[in-house]
Design a protein around this ligand. Sequence first.
Ligand code: ATP
Length: 237
Amino acid sequence: MSLLEVTDLHVRYGAIPALKGIDLRVEEGELVAVVGANGAGKTTTLSAIAGAHRASRGTITLDGKEIQRRRSAEIARRGISLVPEDRGIFPSLTVDENLRLGSYLLRDSKEVTHLRGEIFQRFPILQQRADQGAGTLSGGEQQQLAIARALLTKPRLLMLDEPSLGLSPTLVDRVFEVIQELHDEGVTILLVEQNATRALDLANRVYVLTTGVMTASGTAQEIRASVDIESAYLGGA
Ligand code: ATP
């Protein structure tokens, strides 16, 4: 049984169909990437899994249990954590306060202290800036904060929506390095990226999403061999 299994998922915004029956699965320990152009439905896929958008048809299961009708807080409690495209940090709160919001799901204070230690080791800048307003962090630092906060929920599935968006090339490198490290340490990751080339370098398996339909899937190697990544990236135009 897959950790996450999405079957025939349809999501509409009023009359507009954003997802037209997609299938997707993520096995424990995998790094799976969904690539596609602007408006292909990548964000909608992640927000539907996280419970922020209702499916009009289809199922989403975590460990074989349907979650598509659950509320987002319940889905988070079951172990799915989403780092949204806008990073979702609270700019007027400090870095530390933002991190504390991440650890609300964990009851054991020793575990929280241990996890915070690990996170500060991985992202030393967050410890240095702990008392600073999160809104004053640079784009790359905010992305690190958003990922750190998600990790503090000890997710079974970490979903990242366009983590490289708006970052300078050096910071993009750093963010992809962090994703690779997390994967190497066993974190299961579902990554959505417009930067298909970079996503393919990291992923075990890849799905290509084109206007609400999965048009290809396979290992990174298979996708490289069979799909014109440039045209998938540009929406097949
Ligand atoms: P991007 O990379 O530009 O964020 P995406 O692949 O994540 O694109 P989505 O944001 O999931 O794509 O959007 C899929 C489709 O649904 C698009 O056609 C978009 O215009 C539409 N859409 C998204 N959100 C809404 C909304 N709240 N109301 C109406 N239409 C929406």
